[in-house]
Design a protein around this ligand. Structure first.
Ligand code: C5P
Length: 219
């Protein structure tokens, strides 16, 4: 029987949208497909899955409890409220910065003004807060989308955010990462690493869950 059978698995997925005014926002290219594939694969292993989803166009895998959010602040609130869990997998591409003020009316062009400065403030780091929570899940897994020096940045995040495992994927290249059906992940933990893929996201999700099960058994 799977180690995940009966375990509570909490997954975050998709982008966040940070509103600038009633019609504009700052978003990113995350489709949410990796997180949804992980949620579906975890259900198939008998886990109880809660999926906190940013704005995506995907249907909910059968058996998954889905909570829809829009902003990084809402995602933080939803994820922290969904604890405790045995495993947290943070696949969401959470905005690192959000506008300090949301304009109540659509921002207008001003004649003679050729630049616009938006003041952004840092969002709260959900992954680090989950890893530091009193009800810390047994295994906290993060994702790191990078365009270069993938492994170096990923190892840095593993340590800085005090998480157990990080899945790094190279983005910005064709057939990989955001907006793609396929993915390649370099999964790193303190004393090891493994490459998953290139393969479709469901196969990569199965590989990641295998590694999570191994860590839960051995750690
Ligand atoms: O530091 P960076 O944003 O590159 O780290 C990516 C990882 O951190 C992802 O797992 C993402 O879900 C998580 N993250 C988060 N909250 C933030 C920013 C990133 O949980 N505010």
């Amino acid at each position: 029987m799977s180690t995940l059978h009966g375990r509570r698995v909490l997954v975050s997925a998709g982008p966040t949208f940070e509103d600038i005014d009633p019609v504009r926002f700052i978003g990113n290219r995350s489709s949410g497909r990796m997180g949804f594939a992980i949620a579906e694969a975890a259900i198939a292993r008998g886990a109880q899955v809660t999926l906190v989803a940013g704005p995506v166009h995907l249907s909910t895998p059968s058996g998954v409890q889905r909570i829809d959010v829009r902003s990084a602040a809402q995602m933080h609130e939803a994820v922290m409220s969904a604890l405790p869990a045995d495993v947290y997998i943070g696949t969401a591409a959470v905005a690192d910065f959000t506008p300090q003020h949301v304009a109540g009316h659509k921002l207008k062009k001003v004649p003679g003004q050729d630049t616009l400065v938006l003041e952004l403030v840092k969002t709260r780091d959900i992954l680090a807060d989950v890893a530091g929570a009193e009800t810390r899940p047994r295994l906290v897994v993060g994702f790191a989308a990078e365009t270069c020096d993938v492994e170096t940045y990923a190892r840095g995040k593993l340590a800085a955010k005090r998480i157990d495992m990080i899945a790094a994927n190279r983005v910005g290249i064709a057939g990989c990462g955001f907006e793609s059906d396929d993915n390649t992940l370099d999964v790193l933990w303190t004393d090891g690493q493994r490459r998953l893929g290139p393969d479709n996201k469901r196969a990569v999700a199965e590989g990641l869950l295998d590694l999570i099960e191994e860590r839960m058994t051995n750690a």
